[in-house]
Design a protein around this ligand. Structure first.
Ligand code: T1G
Length: 706
């Protein structure tokens, strides 16, 4: 028997323990071990029933995702189906004892058991669609038989887990066990030992009628097409559950297996699996070992109660960390606090938080007008207006007010962390924590490493980001860091395309159809066109002479058109901030382009996408070779969680790999020919394209060299 599976008896009940850390994934040796264990308990006359339980922090988090890459590159296809039938056909009842998570293959394993018991804090789910696949071990066939079609479709197509309590209410869990799960499961197994062992695959009473299911499936498809726009797997999952309502179990499993394989070999799934491991990889910093000591962050403070400051204060409060919120006067503070209350009220209205939760959180936010209490905090995030002079003044104040060892962080989105740190006597304690608007919603946190930021401060912020419900990505201190530095060329090309004759709607529509949550021009209107305009004006002196600069957005700002906040920008906005095309704009742009001597022409959606996306990739390649991003995957995770890039494309760098760097490089060279210096190919892109390599391989080489 593989050493991943242990069997020992508690008198007449056998305990089969799965022990494959860290999450008991059903990797090589696990299925074989369980199979042998089932045979062993059925051979043992002393055994009347068995339980299956997971060692460590969870039951089973699913199939081993690491194995998928082998399957899609010619390796053997491993199926769990035979094992699950073997368990279900066991002569002695098998009780599945769930704690932590029973996800994907883990829930499918549990449903092959005759009974399921769980700790109340456990979760069960079929999250496969988040990996661009569908359940592949009869989950789409057994789940509707156990809980009905509607909920099964929701769980398989939506991918969201349900709590053990809800699962018990649905009839998926037979008993919730407080306290010692193992003992409770053994007692339960003893109770059912003499009863017939129910098999989920034989159940049909919850499969509903054709008419009922038709309505359920139609609405599920509508929801999936809207909420998971562009993703293929949710629709495939619905097709598989539909098969369960129409076909016998075995045939339904064949339909599921076919759909599963199609999804597994798709680019979308490869991209989403890249994202799954990428979100975990970005937490690993090569020169900061796991055991680097982290500093306590039990009390925080935020300077500036504007939109960003208020959102950041909510982030700390939502994580249960008391936070001071400072501003210069009562009026500013009252405005800041009223925005926070309004945001929380919206969250209650949308059912995201309960009123009790919100009341407790508001208790944790203390508005202040001075630095008196700052000596007690462990970390400060400065979120004042984006000007170097003001930020340096604030950091000099913090240097005086905060205790030794406190972390001094800036939420700057473009300014140099090293220069800000130079205003203090403790640059090792200074770091950038660049939140994205709205800070209490967006998952991304760019953590900006200054020349002197200490390893403890970096390790602390990386770990804290998880506690704050964020994905922390460490980046270097260059202008605009990683996200905004790449966003510049992306939005530059969007403006150039409008100036050359592409309509505003056409540019945005092309990128939305590519999968972006929002087009580049509408995004500008949302963030406020004046933000970029002020920064461009501050850096005008750095612009290279003779290099084309976009002018359309500056012209809009000169007219006071900053976007949503001024009702007009690239679009016109109604009182609910719904956009509509501005009939006057095309003529205005034509005039501006004529003045600038820029001819207008028809531009395809393909050119629009290539120029915007490859501008991202080319700048990303520069950032990588300059070392301001640790890995290409870090750039991908930044763009998925901060800029609405479609996850099913894996991020800009992974997307380029999928297209093929040779093809991307050739296209960039074309644009270099047509549009000059701004499109000079990044040396790394050139090198990888010419050597037939990918950014993913570049990451591996970097890791091996570290
Ligand atoms: N396979 C391989 N490795 C896995 C894994 C899995 N299923 N789940 C987690 N890991 C690794 C992860 O990479 C990390 O590694 C470590 O475990 C800790 O994870 C047949 C086909 C369970 C909620 O989609 O959602 O079953 O970085 O940091 O925050 O139909 O992991 O330390 O080297 O995430 O406590 C379906 C995926 C698979 C669940 C725990 N299952 N996992 O979260 O820890 S497809 C899933 C999770 C399938 C069947 C189909 C989470 C978690 P490292 P972690 P965590």
């Amino acid at each position: 028997m593989s050493n991943l599976i242990k069997v020992n008896n508690d008198n007449d009940v056998a305990i089969i323990t799965i022990d494959n850390p860290p999450v008991n994934a059903l990797g090589p040796g696990v299925a074989e071990g369980i199979w042998a264990a089932i045979d062993e308990i059925n051979r043992d006359p002393a055994v009347k029933a068995a339980i299956v339980i997971g060692a460590g922090r969870t039951f089973v988090a699913g199939a081993d995702i690491k194995e998928f890459g082998k399957m899609t590159s010619g390796g053997p296809r491993r199926s769990l189906l035979p094992l699950l039938l073997h368990i279900e056909d066991s002569a002695k009842p098998v009780v599945m004892a769930i704690h932590g998570q029973a996800f994907g293959g883990g829930l499918e394993l549990a449903m092959a058991g005759h009974y399921r018991v769980a700790s109340p804090a456990a979760q069960v789910g079929q999250p496969e669609v988040n990996l661009g696949i569908i359940p592949g071990a009869a989950g789409t066939q057994r789940l509707p038989r156990l809980i009905g079609v509607a909920k099964a479709v929701e769980m398989c197509a939506g991918g969201k887990p349900v709590s053990a309590r809800e699962a018990a209410a649905l009839g998926l869990i037979d008993r919730l066990i407080d306290g010692d799960l193992r003992a409770g499961a053994v007692a339960f197994a003893r109770e059912v030992a003499s009863k017939p062992a129910p098999r989920a695959r034989e159940r049909t009473e919850k499969l509903g009628t054709a008419a009922e299911n038709a309505a359920i499936l139609t609405s599920a498809r509508a929801v999936a097409s809207k909420k998971q726009r562009g993703l293929k797997a949710p629709l495939a999952a619905i097709d598989a559950v539909e098969a369960a309502t129409k076909l016998p179990f075995e045939e339904g499993c064949q339909v599921e297996a076919k759909l599963f394989t199609e999804c597994l070999f798709s680019d979308q799934s490869k991209a989403l699996i890249h994202v799954f491991f990428g979100e975990r990889e970005v937490a690993k910093i090569p020169d900061i070992p796991k055991e680097t000591p982290v500093l306590p962050v039990n009390r925080a403070a935020v300077v500036g109660s504007g939109t960003m400051g208020g959102g950041i204060a909510m982030v700390f409060a939502n994580a249960g960390i008391p936070v001071l919120l400072k501003d210069v006067d009562e009026a500013a503070l009252d405005l800041g606090m009223s925005k926070i209350r309004k945001n929380y009220a919206n969250s209650v209205q949308r059912g995201r938080f309960t009123q009790t939760f919100v009341d407790e959180r508001l208790q944790l936010i203390t508005p202040v007008l001075n630095y008196n209490a700052f000596s007690e905090v462990d970390m400060v995030v400065e979120a004042v207006f984006e000007g170097m002079t003001l930020k340096k003044t604030v950091f000099a104040d913090l240097d005086r007010a905060c205790r030794k060892g406190a972390i001094l962080a800036s939420n700057t989105s473009t300014l140099s962390i090293d220069e800000i740190a130079s205003a203090t006597s403790r640059p090792e304690a200074v770091i950038g924590t660049h939140f994205f608007s709205p800070a209490n919603v967006m998952r991304l946190l760019e953590i900006v490493r200054g020349k002197k930021s200490s390893k403890e401060v970096i390790a602390t912020c990386m770990q804290l980001s998880k506690k704050l419900g964020k994905i922390g990505v460490l980046v270097g201190n260059c202008r605009g860091f990683v996200g905004n530095r790449m966003f510049g060329p992306y939005r530059r090309e969007a403006q150039f395309l409008v100036e050359e004759g592409a309509g505003v709607e056409a540019v945005d529509q092309a990128l939305v159809e590519f999968g972006n949550a929002m087009g580049p021009l509408a995004t500008g209107d949302l963030a406020g066109l004046d933000v970029g305009w002020r920064i461009r004006k501050e850096y005008r002196h750095l612009e290279k002479p003779g290099i084309r600069q976009p002018f359309a957005e500056d012209r809009l700002c000169e007219m006071g058109r900053y976007g949503q906040k001024t009702v007009r920008g690239w679009y016109c906005y109604d009182e609910n901030r719904r956009p509509s095309p501005d009939p006057e704009l095309p003529a205005m742009v034509r005039n501006w382009s004529a003045e600038a001597g820029i001819p207008q022409r028809k531009i395809s959606a393909e050119e629009i996408v290539d120029r915007c996306i490859y501008a991202l990739v080319n700048e990303g390649a520069r950032i990588l070779e300059e070392g301001y991003a640790l890995r290409a995957v870090d750039i991908d995770i930044i763009y998925l969680n901060g800029y609405g890039f479609p996850a099913y494309r894996g991020g800009p760098m992974w997307h380029a790999d999928t297209v093929g760097l040779q093809k991307v490089y050739e296209r960039v060279c074309e644009f270099h020919q047509q549009h000059g210096e701004l499109w000079a190919p990044a040396p790394l892109l050139k090198r990888l394209a010419e050597t037939g390599k990918t950014f993913a391989e570049f990451d591996k080489e970097q890791l091996a060299a570290a």
